[in-house]
Design a protein around this ligand. Structure first.
Ligand SMILES: Cc1cc2nc3c(=O)[nH]c(=O)nc-3n(C[C@H](O)[C@H](O)[C@H](O)COP(=O)(O)OP(=O)(O)OC[C@H]3O[C@@H](n4cnc5c(N)ncnc54)[C@H](O)[C@@H]3O)c2cc1C
Length: 496
């Protein structure tokens, strides 16, 4: 019998064009660059058929009666937020927070766009129907959806002044009564080789003179003319040596669109710079998606912290104050992000469509902290394991091979056998120093957007009034109103 997981894997034999190492991958379901990650995803999808797990991560579709993922649950109560959190955490924990694109982010985008669809009726009367139809289709057909909003990194100095090399940006080149044809490229698309659908929109404000660049689409990734160009694979086929790379290498790709036909039902908005910019901004401030990313971040930081504890104890350095300080810092990271996550769930707001939404400020804060916490967590792991990472035998075969006696003597730990310590250090190396590890550090720094701009957004979007009033109060107590006026004219000049 085909389980939900098997059905997902089989569905990827759909004629998609995936390029790796200069060749088109004939069947990604049997290619070693993808089988590890696909095995992981298969298990995740299977949870929806498991009588116990399906109730924890899903709800019954009102259309089919089958269990579907809670990312599709429109939250209207605190209990819904708890259910969404639980589903995200179970999936995140299944990959120790390492696989970040399990589709819950993009599915949540679809869910919130569906729940707030009336916002865009003024731009296109058919928008609410289109997004509802896709929401129901994605929910009931287990669609694995991802998103890519960036443009190829060609010349950002031109992008910054609106003089981009528009030839590379995605644009509509032809329209017919059935749909549109698009050309250009989008990046970075994590998970693309095994995703069904890709959400795309420009991540900049398109000029009114170039409306063909202003579109919001949901594109089936097996459409003719789409080419997914993968980065080098970091997947390993050896679970013992590279326990994380063997299961969790989620591929990143650039998506090229060479005259790709998109039917009108997948064109949410088109030729409308103002509408599409508003649409993109619903993404940038979407606390429902932020909620998922923060739940996953907790899972990953917990994993790193657990590894650090085990490494420290395995070599007895957990007894030193300087190491305890670092371990304490890791716990502080976990507790900070968890605290912000909980804060967002209790300081909710209800939008005009009845959705109950976690508060975005604590979530944005957690995401911004995550960009700095994660590289620091990896640095701490390096400092604690130190040279031990280079003193691991090249394979675990040595644990029981001809030189076993040396290994047992010289590779043992304070409280663990050599075999166990070698395995532990191999897990740690896979998140500290392997190619997968480097990719992850880059990911955590950047996935939410350019860190400089994300921090700047937090400043620009902050509620400055309360802070301003506090200072004014002090100023008044210390001086007079003239001083306040002068102060307002300088320090807060940009806000006036
Ligand atoms: C591993 C990984 C996976 C990702 N997966 C996804 C995904 O699945 N979907 C998705 O949509 N995105 C994804 N991203 C993309 C991510 O959102 C971008 O990396 C991020 O938005 C930064 O854009 P960029 O990489 O194009 O950097 P650039 O914008 O090219 O920036 C490069 C440098 O130049 C600076 N810079 C550039 N322009 C300006 C400017 N105008 N003013 C001031 N400074 C500037 C930046 O601060 C930065 O230091 C992923 C990124 C990574 C690393």
């Amino acid at each position: 019998m085909n389980t939900r997981g098997k059905r997902f894997v089989e569905s990827l034999k759909d004629g998609r064009s995936v390029w790796l190492d200069g060749k088109k991958v004939e069947d990604i379901t049997t290619h070693p660059a993808f089988t590890g990650a696909l095995g992981t995803l298969e298990n995740l999808f299977d949870m929806l058929s498991d009588p116990v797990m399906q109730k924890k991560i899903g709800f019954r579709s009102p259309t089919t009666g089958e269990y579907v993922h809670n990312a599709f649950l429109v939250p209207t109560t605190q209990e819904h937020l708890r259910q969404r959190n639980e589903a995200f955490k179970i999936w995140a924990d299944a990959t120790y927070g390492v696989m970040s694109r399990l589709s819950e982010f993009a599915r949540t985008l679809i869910t919130s766009w569906h729940a707030t669809s009336e916002m865009f009726r003024e731009y296109d009367n058919q928008y609410p129907d289109k997004i509802r139809q896709f929401y129901e289709f994605a929910r009931d057909e287990d669609r694995f959806v991802i998103q890519a909003f960036g443009n190829p990194q060609i010349d950002r100095s031109k992008d910054a002044v609106g003089a981009s090399d528009l030839d590379a940006h995605l644009r509509i080149v032809r329209k017919t009564s059935e749909g549109i044809y698009i050309k250009g490229a989008k990046t970075v698309a994590t998970g693309a080789p095994y995703a069904h659908d890709l959400i795309i929109a420009p991540n900049y404000q398109v000029k009114d003179t170039n409306p063909e660049y202003a579109h919001a689409l949901i594109v089936p990734l097996n459409a003719e003319g789409i080419h997914m160009i993968c980065r080098e694979s970091y997947a390993s086929t050896n679970m013992d040596e590279h326990p994380l790379s063997a299961r969790f290498d989620e591929m990143d790709a650039v998506i090229v669109f060479d005259n790709v036909f998109i039917p009108w039902e997948r064109v949410l908005l088109h030729d409308h710079p103002e509408a599409v910019w508003k649409f993109y901004n619903t993404l940038k401030s979407n606390a429902l998606t932020f909620h998922q990313t923060v739940v996953r971040l907790v899972s990953k930081l917990e994993f790193i912290t657990g590894i650090a504890f085990a490494i420290a104890e395995s070599i007895g350095v957990h007894t030193f104050l300087n190491v305890q300080e670092k371990l304490g810092e890791l716990i502080t990271q976990v507790e900070t992000i968890k605290g912000l996550m909980h804060a967002s769930e209790v300081t909710t707001r209800r939008d005009q469509f009845g959705m109950l939404i976690p508060s975005s400020v604590p979530l944005q804060t957690a995401r911004n902290l995550g960009m700095r916490f994660y590289p620091r967590a990896i640095e701490i792991l390096q400092q604690i394991g130190a040279g031990g990472y280079t003193q691991t035998p090249s394979t675990t075969v040595e644990n029981s091979g001809e030189i076993q006696a040396y290994i047992e003597t010289y590779y043992r730990g304070a409280n663990v056998s050599a075999a166990k310590k070698v395995k532990l250090f191999k897990i740690a190396w896979d998140i500290v120093g392997s190619p997968l590890a480097s990719r992850h550090e880059l990911y955590e720094r950047l996935y939410a957007g350019d860190p400089s701009r994300m921090y700047a957004i937090q400043y620009l979007a902050s509620d400055k009034k309360a802070l301003e009033e506090r200072l004014e109060q002090f100023w008044n107590s210390a001086g007079g109103s003239d001083a306040v006026d002068e102060f307002r004219g300088t320090v807060f000049a940009t806000d006036k």
